[in-house]
Design a protein around this ligand. Sequence first.
Ligand code: HEM
Length: 404
Amino acid sequence: MNDSIPGGAHPRISGYPYYSGRSDNLLQYYSTIDRLRAEASFYWNGDDESGFWIFTDPEAVAEAYKTPDFFSSASVIATDPNPDYKWIPIMSDGREHRQWRRLMAPVFAARRLAAMEDVVRGHARRIIDEFADAGECDIRRDFGNIFPTVIFLELMGLPVEHAERFMKWEHAILNTPASQDPDRAIAIGAMNEVTAYMAEVLEYRRTNPGDDLISMAIGWEIDGKPISHEDLLNFCLLMLIGGLDTVQAQLTWALYHLATHPSDRARIVADPELIPTAVEEILRVYTIVQVARKATRDQDFHGCPVKAGQMVLLPLAVLCRDAGAFAEPTEVTIDRPLSEQTAYAFGAGPHRCIGLDLARRELRIALEEWHRRIPEYRIPDDSNVIEYVGAQITLPSLPLAWAV
Ligand code: HEM
């Protein structure tokens, strides 16, 4: 090994699944995480300085998320240490970040979300009604993609008829493999289109305010000053990035799990009260997010010689599938007691997902409505079911069939 390149004397891999596109096998990402975690606590991924660290020790991952003065969110993509964009609030730190969180909290307050229950359920029913009598669908195409998109549009006060274009943008930004977009031109092009769209909406809402997130954000202040137009656009962009692909991916994994585990499915059909804990377990076992941080200083961290400016990838699956914390960590146990660690799919530390209650509500309602209408279903042909590693770990397509 060459000590002149970072990680030279330390465990090293190349080809870790990260924006790598299609996997060879379904669930390969998760088996890779389980294997790496069992073999070492950290790795250098890559052959030279352009690589990044991957932490696979649960304690180190949790602590890194909770130590933002060392592990900055100035970049959250391991292959992009010096981004020329800023997603707000996810790429802000310290005082600035705390102010954003305070401003956003009322938007995601329990009372406000509870008031959305009927709207969310109404969309779930309407969408399922469109294909239920056909006896088949592609869950990702026909339900998983569209459902969180219309809820996002409701939250933002945007027309639900614009769902198609949002799904296209979101896919380009988050799910274009590095091989097809090495300089991220496709992703950045889509981000520019989103910001152009949002700029028009902001303009309109300044003179026609409504009861929506964009109208609220126009009145917000940071450090006693109104938020700049540019920062408002970056905030809108992050809401799109944070709220769409995540729920889409998790909903598809949920239906995948329940289609392939009939006894779990039978239990939630017989007792829908189990759905909230089933959702938590599915989020835990099929954890989809792996964000990175940028080191602010040189420091040995849990044995890893991190240097200032290096990127560190912190896969949440390491925490969620931790054999030290869970009996049978890779199994979904739909009534497993909840703990801080079962909820690590939503992150840890100051950037922990602010939309987690909305996400849980969407997933719960989707599963309630689906199983009320379609209690028995199967994957008729799994030859096209592939795992895809973009910004999240997803199933881009999942055909399901049922008797009508
Ligand atoms: C199951 C679905 C979801 C999952 C698994 C998920 C996961 C996460 C994770 C892991 C983070 C932390 C990222 C980091 O530490 O850098 C995060 C942050 C965030 N999420 Fe979610 N999320 C989901 C749904 C949503 C929804 C529905 C929204 C809003 C509509 C949302 C909005 C956000 C925002 C704004 C942040 C940034 C918080 C901050 O920087 O303080 N998320 N999410």
